[in-house]
Ligand binder design. Structure first.
Ligand code: ADP
Length: 261
């Protein structure tokens, strides 16, 4: 197109336009930077188990003929490290799906989902569970992802608290809101870390956390799924110790549910 038509504008409009353009550019740059950081973190996290697997394979190649006693230990390591890689890749895929934000939201029975998840987690958690769940609570969201959120937070509660300290799961509902709380009596989270634990790959830098192991992606996935469910999640101190995660659902539109067909 050759002809450029003059568009009459006021100087104020030009500066407003320039300001919004700059804002947009800053947002795009920040996004690109975050993507670069994410890819580099993911590559770094995958590199560690790959290096461990390769070194054990080399060890087996060089020494297993003369020293067959090393075989079981190396095979064990290779198994452990490949499991770690699998968990990481699974988490990355879940996160990428959640980023696309294409989940179907419908009204569902939250009480049933909470009980179902508790029964599944009871099998893997060592801690006793203290369950206070309101009956017949309906919310709007995606049941499968809510189950995933609850499982991830319960598993963290299990990882970061002693085996003999109970984990409390509480579901309350009134006309204002529906709240799902998971409280543990574990190591707790400092205020500084509370602001960062939902970041991708963030893990609290303490000896305890390093010892326990994890990817630092669990809560990042939770945050993304919570967003897709148009809900909210907060982390607070529990008393006398530990942490509690509180997920708040938007009020249920029960009139839609009960409307005659
Ligand atoms: P990870 O795989 O490391 O558990 P998450 O994203 O699930 O990754 O959690 C991020 C960090 O938040 C953890 O490394 C841990 O330091 C901290 N954290 C999460 N849940 C709890 C909890 N219930 N109590 C104490 N710290 C927790």
């Amino acid at each position: 197109v050759k002809a450029i038509l003059p568009v009459p504008v006021r100087p104020q409009e030009v500066s407003q336009l320039a300001a919004s353009f700059n804002e947009l550019l800053t947002a795009i740059n920040q996004n690109a930077e975050q993507e670069r950081e994410f890819t580099s973190n993911a590559a770094h996290e995958l590199r560690t188990p790959i290096a461990a697997i390769r070194s054990h394979v080399q060890l087996l190649e060089r020494r297993s003929a003369d020293h067959p006693e090393i075989i079981p230990r190396s095979i064990h390591f290779i198994g452990e490290e490949s499991l770690r890689m699998q968990k990481l890749v699974d988490s990355l895929l879940t996160l990428s799906r959640a980023d696309r934000g294409t989940l179907k939201l419908v009204s569902f029975d939250l009480t049933a989902i909470v009980h179902e998840t508790i029964e599944e987690e009871r099998a893997v958690l060592q801690q006793p569970l203290n369950v206070k769940v309101a009956t017949g609570v309906q919310v709007f969201g995606n049941a499968e992802s809510v189950q995933q959120i609850l499982a991830a937070i319960m598993e963290n509660a299990g990882k970061y608290s002693p085996a003999d300290q109970p984990i409390t799961i509480e579901l309350t509902a009134d006309t204002e809101r529906v709240q799902l709380t998971i409280a543990d009596l574990g190591i707790g989270i400092t205020d500084e870390d509370k602001a960062r634990i939902f970041d991708r790959f963030y893990r609290v830098d303490s000896a305890r956390t390093r010892e326990i192991g994890g990817t630092g992606l669990g809560l990042a996935i939770v945050a993304q799924l919570v967003k897709i469910n148009q809900s909210d999640i907060q982390v607070m101190d529990n008393h006398p110790q530990g942490s509690q995660f509180i997920m708040t659902f938007p009020p249920t539109t029960s009139s839609v549910e009960t409307a005659p067909k």
